[in-house]
Every structure is written in structure tokens, then in C-alpha cells.
Design a binder for this molecule. Structure first.
Ligand code: UDP
Length: 254
């Protein structure tokens, strides 16, 4: 039997060659890592939930005119995406202080920021994804000033969409990370949202109780990660039929 060609294997996802040129298949694993992969676990059902949730967010973004790599979901764990050239940056948007920002500046977690703040980390696991100023990004040629302007505009649109959607289901969008990729339409280069948008890459707090519904549940040993992600999926009504991430029977997906 012909095997698909593996293009890239990361910590939480695998990329395979897609059925047509310019496409890839993105497979969501159940693996969870934190603290630059020092902490690792396999969490049953996480990949299924993130596949669904990333589909949901990226479809919404595509529909309101924010371009993403998402084309269609193929099955429980896989989606068809546009192949992009990844810009080697983690683009982080923050609405409230948390995580590394709260630590760096001695801020109380949950403090509302005066406005959304965007920061960039250089994607390099060996270096622990260091925070980098725009000056470095431009000097080392990872992106141009024009690219950065476009990336900031894109990230703010994603923030408004995500914050609004989450607010609608009683969840506060504290911060999140996106990755951005380049695609070429003839000689014109465009930047689009790539990778994934899921509770693995966002901080999501219940507005009423402050309960964490994101990867901090795993990072900080706060309970069952699948339950937290299932709650997000349930509120957004993105779970298939029986409400379980792993249905008893296989379901045909159009
Ligand atoms: N984030 C991510 N991948 C990373 C680093 C951060 O998805 O490699 C997300 C993280 O889940 C959070 C936001 O980006 O929603 C800001 O993370 P922060 O810089 O506070 O780092 P952390 O405290 O997660 O180390």
C-alpha cells in the first residue's frame, strides 16, 4: 500500500504531503508538551478536540475575510491545509497579563492590559523560543517591516474575532499565539494564519469562575485537560452528535 509522505513531525502535529500540489494534511496528535518539551504526556482525545476547534476558529476567520491555511477537515484527526512558508515567529497577542509576561514584569495574572499587546518570539526549540524585538526580526531577515505591519493587522483581527466568539460563550480570551505563513498567488505574496488555533495555544478563562480551560490545566496540573477542552468545544457547539470527542462508532464526515 502506498504510504503518505511525511513532511514534518512536530510536538503536537504531523504534516503529510497533500493530495494536490500546494496542499498538506495536518494530523493532530494526542501528545502534550510544556516548558519547551520538558513536561510530556499523551492525553487521549486532545488531538480530536483540537482538530475540531481549529477547524471551527479558522472557518470563522475565513468566512469573515481573515485568510487562513485551513481548507477542510478530512476526518477526526486530520485536516487539509494550504502549504505555506512559515515565518519563523510565534506571534503572541495579549489582552490580560498572564504567563511569561506577568512573570517578566511582576504583574498580577488577570490584570487587563491598556490595549492588546503583540510580541514576537523566534521559533527555535533549542533556544526556548526567545522573545525578540522587531529590530532583530528585520535585521536578520525573518520578516520585513511591511510583513510585520501586515502580521500585526492580521493578529489584531484574529484577536477581535476570537475574543468576541469566546465572550459569547462566557470565556475570556487572556492571550494566544498564532503562526503566520507566506503563500504566493502568481508573483504576489500574502501572509495568512497557519498552524492551529486551539486551547493548546490560547489562555481561556471562564468569565464567571475564572476556571482555566486551556493548556495551563496541563502545565500547572490543574485537572483533566480533555475535560477542559471538551467544555470549550461544548460551549461552542462544535462536538459531533453524542458530545464525546471520541464517538463510539466511526462517523462519516462530508
Ligand atoms: N504559546 C504557545 N506556544 C508557545 C508559547 C506560548 O502556544 O510556544 C501561547 C500560550 O499558550 C499563551 C500565549 O502564547 O496562550 C502566551 O504565552 P506566554 O508567553 O505567557 O508563555 P508561557 O507562559 O505559556 O510559557
Amino acid at each position: 500500500m502506498a504510504r503518505r509522505k511525511l513532511v514534518y513531525e512536530g510536538k503536537a502535529k504531523i504534516l503529510y504531503e497533500g493530495p494536490e500540489p500546494g496542499t498538506l494534511v495536518q494530523y493532530f496528535k494526542d501528545d502534550a508538551t510544556a516548558f519547551n518539551a520538558e513536561k510530556k504526556a499523551t492525553i487521549e482525545g486532545k488531538g480530536v478536540l483540537n482538530n475540531r476547534l481549529s477547524e471551527f476558529f479558522m472557518t470563522g476567520l475565513n468566512n469573515i475575510g481573515v485568510p487562513t491555511h485551513f481548507l477542510k477537515r478530512i476526518n477526526m484527526r486530520e485536516q487539509l491545509i494550504r502549504a505555506v512558508e512559515i515565518v519563523p515567529l510565534e506571534v503572541i497577542v495579549r489582552n490580560f497579563a498572564a504567563g511569561s509576561m506577568a512573570k517578566r514584569l511582576g504583574l498580577e495574572e488577570g490584570m487587563q492590559l491598556p490595549r492588546p499587546i503583540i510580541e514576537f518570539s523566534y521559533k527555535d526549540d533549542a533556544l526556548g523560543d526567545p522573545l525578540v524585538p522587531e529590530e532583530y526580526i528585520i535585521a536578520f531577515g525573518w520578516a520585513t517591516q511591511q510583513d510585520l505591519d501586515d502580521i500585526v493587522a492580521l493578529a489584531l483581527r484574529v484577536n477581535d474575532y476570537m475574543a468576541g466568539v469566546m465572550y459569547g460563550v462566557g470565556i475570556k480570551l487572556v492571550d494566544f499565539k498564532i503562526e503566520v505563513g507566506r503563500v504566493w498567488d502568481n508573483e504576489f505574496m500574502r501572509l495568512i494564519v497557519a498552524d492551529e488555533i486551539s486551547p493548546d495555544s490560547c489562555r481561556l478563562w471562564d468569565i464567571q469562575t475564572g476556571q482555566k480551560l486551556d493548556k495551563d490545566v496541563f502545565r500547572r496540573d490543574l485537572g483533566n485537560l480533555t475535560d477542559a477542552y471538551t467544555e470549550v468545544a461544548r460551549r461552542l457547539k462544535v462536538l459531533p452528535g453524542n458530545g464525546h470527542a471520541t464517538p463510539d462508532k466511526p462517523t462519516l464526515i462530508n
